[in-house]
Design a protein around this ligand. Structure first.
Ligand code: BTN
Length: 259
């Protein structure tokens, strides 16, 4: 069934997780789920609490950008309290969970573009933002924010049409957001709980990157680098082979595939 709006009960009902998504704070309309999740985390919300909105009016993207988040999309934030050791892996496990969930629910293949865009046929279907509060070696909280274009007609959004897609545009039919959300929460919990057992999220994430081996342009702050995306380090940084043969480590940036 393809539902029009979400509710806390519809998400928690027979949700097969131990803690992620077992408490849901739902809003029909909200500025940004990140802001509410941060406030909740600072007030000690239970680990795994999610904040979810049918629509965001001031969705936050990476690098201070805005994230378009109209009705029909998924906008959710998950509150976690991980060890500082696991912080770099949150982006990796979130993007893998999105790829697995899209495949399970729709059969569509998607890929990760460094660091955490999920693409279908070269267009962005999902963005992920991780924000954390860290003091020294102590993580006060970490929030994984996930935005998925589910039932959006991209022709209604000409500003992102050239670079974005949605599950419904790819399939030619609408998709149950509840199915995607439930699958996503299960996958994130599974990957998160496997971290202490040493399961290599890093290797799986590296293998899913569409970026590696490709000629790229990387914008990091005000600097633009060109080269071949050679590899990624275990902390999530991109290792870029420059035309002069040197290797540059890039911690954060935007990649454009050039070939
Ligand atoms: C990006 O690709 O720039 C990251 C986009 C992250 C969007 C999600 S939607 C849910 C959560 N709330 C926000 O305001 N942003 C994240």
């Amino acid at each position: 069934m393809v539902e029009n709006s979400l509710s806390s009960a519809s998400i928690t009902d027979s949700l097969a997780t131990h803690f992620i998504g077992q408490r849901v704070i739902y809003y029909p309309r909200l500025t940004s789920t990140m802001d509410v999740a941060k406030r909740e985390a600072q007030q000690g919300a239970t680990e795994g609490t999610i904040v979810i909105a049918d629509e965001q009016t001031a969705g936050k993207g990476r690098m201070q950008r805005t994230w378009l988040s109209p009705r029909g999309s998924i906008a959710l934030s998950i509150i976690l309290y991980p060890s500082v050791l696991y912080l770099p892996y949150l982006i990796m496990l979130a993007s893998l969970a999105v790829v697995y969930s899209i495949k399970t629910v729709t059969g569509l293949e998607s890929q990760v573009k460094w660091p955490n865009d999920v693409l279908i046929n070269g267009r962005k279907v999902c963005g992920i933002l991780v924000e954390s509060g860290v003091r020294g070696n102590v993580v006060d909280y970490a929030i994984i924010g996930i935005g998925v274009n589910v039932n959006l007609r991209l022709s209604d959004f000409p500003e992102i049409l050239p670079i974005a897609t949605s599950l419904s545009d790819e399939l030619g039919r609408n998709v149950s957001r509840l199915d995607v959300i439930r699958c996503l929460l299960v996958e994130i919990e599974r990957l998160y709980l496997a971290l202490p057992a040493g399961e290599s999220i890093y290797q799986k994430w590296r293998d899913s990157l569409v970026t590696l081996g490709r000629k790229v342009r990387v914008k990091s702050g005000k600097t633009v680098y060109g080269g071949i995306a050679e590899s990624v380090a275990e902390d999530g940084s991109l290792l870029l082979r420059r035309p002069d043969g040197s290797l540059t480590k890039i911690v954060a940036g935007d990649v454009t595939l050039r070939d």
